[in-house]
Design a binder for this molecule. Sequence first.
Ligand code: GUN
Ligand code: FE
Length: 455
Amino acid sequence: MKAYARVFQGTAFTARSPEEIDILKDHLFCVNDDGVIAETIAPDSPEYEAVRSEYAVLDRYRQLAPGQYLLPGFVDLHVHAPQWAQSGTALDVPLYDWLHTHTFPLESKFADLNFAAEVYEDLVASLLANGTTTALYFATIHKESSLLLAEICAKKGQRGLVGKVVMDDPAQNPAYYRDADAAAALTDTEAFIVAVKELAKRAKQGVYPVVTPRFIPSCTDEALKGLGALAAKHDTHVQSHCSESDWAHGYVQDRLGKRDAVALSDFGLLGDKSVMAHCNFLDENDAALFARTGTAIGHCPISNAYFANSVIPIARWMDKGVEIGLGSDVSGGYSPSLYDNARQAVISSRMLEDGVNPALPADARGMQASRITIDEAFYLATAGGGEALSLPIGRLAAGYAWDAQIVDIALSGARLPVFSEDEPLHEIFQKIMYLVRPENIREVWVQGEQVHKRA
Ligand code: GUN
Ligand code: FE
């Protein structure tokens, strides 16, 4: 028999496709030394009893208790790590003002490595406690404290994709918080990429450097072009914001005479490893460009409700073949939890479809076929995020990383309302998605290692 590093026995939920959840009842999950799932074994398989009886006597075997379920760890496609320090505040200020009155002053403080360490340690721990096993981070313009964030991810065992933010345009950014010039921004970015790749050699779960122009309005053409070239040279992920607000989208059109998505593409910033946050105001051609280049949308439903007063037609873009995952957008979104964001994604999609006054003319009545289900929101938070990043994560299936959360719905003081022994598992799954709180998330695993445990 093969030697597995660990074997888990329990019932799991994992997305097969955007619409279909696989319910793996009382399966065995066999994990190799490298933290990758070797195989999942169903109870009716001929090997089941043999593997079970061999491993059940070992301490590498783990049978989930009654009331416990396995879900894949969540993939957060958009987190501004420094903004954790202002989460829940300033949500009534428009984007442009918010950047200048709240966000840039806060982010400028991350030149101080002690302050950065305090915030970043707490954020990574909080995300893990909320079931987020992979996060795509914007740090700040500071190379050293951005690297510190990658080091904290490595140390705590989270799969972190981290970007040193570039914002070099003196006309758009305050003197106290911007790159010295395009050349300095590119030199720092390349040094950052090399340093994170070095760090990655010591992180089993992987940490990754990400080329990160904040958004077109904050960068010069020279920086944007140079960043596209660096991403190609070092084969890195790329992240930015695209068509988030009327203001941002309109600014790009005025300065460059083209749509935001087209401009990003022309700078070499779209591709299979690119994730663009928000994308509220894509048109059909932009969406086709995303699909053709393999660029993913980081959908941030809570943030979009506040900053853009907007709902993106996720169902429509998924039908067009655009990859989409979920993002918290801390702190444009107030919650670090992708459970909260999955819930909002469903609510917002319902509002888009039919939440408008039916007494108004038809063209003022929302967008048909917009709604998504909680199953689809779960897909976005897991497998959709993995596909967006082109990494084998987000599913509990052979060949995927063992990134998992163990959720306990029978916990005293945090019980979910399941009262019948034979409640259908799909109903239990829906209750988990709508009602779980961090108290219910008992353990979190990344790449075969336990990274969070609630006593
Ligand atoms: N656009 C440019 N910077 C930001 C940011 O920090 N948050 C959000 N939501 N949008 C942005
Ligand atoms: Fe953002």
